[in-house]
Each structure stands twice: as C-alpha cells, then as structure tokens.
Write a protein that binds this ligand. Structure first.
Ligand code: SF4
Length: 174
C-alpha cells in the first residue's frame, strides 16, 4: 500500500486536517442513510411536455412506481428530492426549472427523461432559438433516459439506476 508522505513542518491546521481526512468515520450510518434515501425518492410533480404523459403513466396502477418507493409525487419543491425533467425545456421555462431545483432541499437528484431533455431532441437544429439544448445546461443531471418518448418501463429503469448510484454512495448535489 502506498504511504502518505508526512505533512510539512510548517503546515497549517487546515492543511493537516485536509491530509488526515475525517477524524470520525460514519460509514455504517452513511450506508444506512443511503439505503433509505434510495428507497424513498420523492419526485416533484412537474412536467414540461409530452414525456410527462409517460411519467404520469409510470405513476399509475399499471406500472406503479410506488413498488420502488418513488410514487409519492410532491406538490412542493421543498418536499421533493428528485426532479424528473420530462419534456422540452423552452428558454422561457429554463429559469423556472432552475428556481425549482434551488428550492429542493439537499440531498437531491435529477433525471433527464427523453431526447428533449438530453440534448434538445427533435427540436434541435442549427439556428434554433426557442429551447434549451439539454437539462444539464441548467442543473446537474444524474441519470439520462433516451427515447421520444421513453416508455414508463424506461423511467422505472432510470429510477432503479439512480437507486443503485445512491446506494453506491454517489455524492449528492447541495
Ligand atoms: S422527447 Fe419526444 S416525447 Fe419527449 S418531450 Fe420531446 S418530443 Fe415530446
């Protein structure tokens, strides 16, 4: 194993602490919290265009996102921890999306559902001025779900992928 070189004699307290890392490790607690976070993702009730219809279908009885703890759509950004960007993001809506994201408490995650939120989809062409060409131009995205529109099964698969990332200890956005 590679040994860490000793800190220089004139190192400041801050530099010493940075090199030593955390004095107390709470890995077991953090793992437990991540299991709970992964199995209780509460999406924001929020749709942008046609992909939102598929998102609604995913929440309905046939597909039932509740099986994975993700069916509790919240009416307020302050109660949600996952934003499913479902649909075309017009330039007019861009600042609204950002404002809602900022209102969500940490830890929080974002899913880009459909071609429009990944890179503009069918509305992307040279010289266009109406849409944002990708949700990640506004907020950090954790999972991308391709399709136009993706089926509800694809959204559920995306949620499961996000669960895996959270359980694996992915750093969350603040
Ligand atoms: S990806 Fe297709 S289905 Fe989804 S919002 Fe864009 S045009 Fe509509």
């Amino acid at each position: 194993m590679k040994e860490t070189p000793p800190p220089p004699a004139n190192a400041t307290t801050e530099e010493l602490l940075t090199q030593l890392g955390p004095l107390v490790h709470l890995d077991v607690l953090e793992n437990l919290l991540n299991q709970a976070r992964a199995r209780s993702l509460w999406p924001l009730t929020f749709g942008l265009a046609c992909c939102a219809i598929e998102m609604m279908a995913a929440g309905a009885s046939r597909f039932d996102m509740d099986r994975f703890g993700s069916g509790v759509f919240r009416p307020s950004a302050r109660q949600a921890d996952v934003m499913i960007l479902a649909g075309t993001i017009s330039r007019k809506m861009g600042p609204v999306v950002k404002a809602l994201w900022d209102q969500m408490p940490s830890p929080k995650w974002a899913i880009a559902m459909g071609g429009c939120t990944i890179d503009g989809g069918p509305f992307k062409y040279p010289g266009q001025y109406a849409i944002v060409e990708g949700a990640d131009k506004i907020i950090p995205v954790d999972v991308y779900i391709p399709g136009c529109p993706p089926r509800p099964e694809a959204l559920i698969n995306g949620l499961l992928m996000l669960e895996q990332k959270i359980k694996a200890g992915k750093k969350f956005h603040v």
